[in-house]
Design a protein around this ligand. Structure first.
Ligand code: BEZ
Length: 236
């Protein structure tokens, strides 16, 4: 077994592992080049495959929406640069999918024929495939810290509404010092952090503050208007 396979997989709260690589947009130094931005680093199993093609068309079509939320996109597979370039050209010139056509992929796609980055990020999961990366998604904050990770198997295309929701929810939690409940969307009530002591919790439960609703001492919510969330997070 080679050394790289023994590296521990990065976890939520870890610093994003550093690497330099060649991409379809030139060389990158990751995550340093993305300092100050959120970034989604995602892997796909292989170029010229159908699920991956549907995902790339969808992601590229949504790129501006992610950029408006100060989030950049970086893709990776263990294919080489010329394969990436040929695949992205085919996507632009030949594929129309769900009304999306002439789609240009302007975000970098990393070539990783050595599998160095795939190993570093735990994207190779031998129970699923030892030659192709799974569909991993790393959400990395402006300080280079991994804030969320989602893995999908080869056969399951990602839900891009969910990826966008995660970016908005993470930023909302940071901006307003709150947490977000199940299925949260901007405009829905948010969770007020649990108070440090029972006394404080009781006081809060009995509080007449109109914007706080308590279901029990450990579960209180408040409203943050959708416009307030979006105007805080999205670039004008
Ligand atoms: C696909 O993207 O369609 C795919 C890639 C690798 C294995 C299975 C499906």
């Amino acid at each position: 077994m080679c050394d790289e396979t023994l590296k521990p997989m990065p976890r939520i709260g870890d610093k994003a592992p550093e690497f330099k690589a060649v991409t379809t947009q030139g060389p990158i130094n990751f995550p340093a080049d993305y300092s100050g931005s959120w970034v989604i680093l995602f892997s796909h199993p292989a170029d010229f495959t159908p699920v991956c093609t549907s995902e790339f068309i969808t992601f590229a079509s949504l790129e501006q929406q992610f950029n408006q939320a100060n989030c950049k996109l970086v893709g990776l597979s263990v294919d080489g640069l010329y394969s990436h370039i040929a695949w992205l050209r085919t996507i632009k010139e030949k594929i129309e999918y769900k009304g999306m056509k002439n789609v240009e992929v302007n975000f970098p796609l990393i070539e990783d024929i050595t599998m160095n980055v795939a190993h570093l990020y735990g994207m190779l999961q031998p129970g699923e495939s030892s030659t192709k990366a799974v569909r991993a998604v790393f959400f990395i904050d402006p300080k280079g810290i991994i804030r969320a990770i989602i893995y999908y198997p080869l056969s399951l295309g990602r839900n891009f509404d969910e990826l966008y929701r995660v970016i908005i929810a993470l930023q909302t939690a940071d901006a307003f010092s709150i947490a977000t409940p199940a299925d949260w969307q901007p405009g829905d009530d948010v969770i007020v952090p649990t108070a440090g002591s029972c006394g404080v919790a009781k006081e809060r439960m009995e509080s007449k503050a109109e914007d706080i609703k308590c279901y029990d001492w450990f579960f209180c919510t408040k409203k943050i208007a959708k416009e307030k969330v979006l105007s805080t997070i999205l670039k004008k």
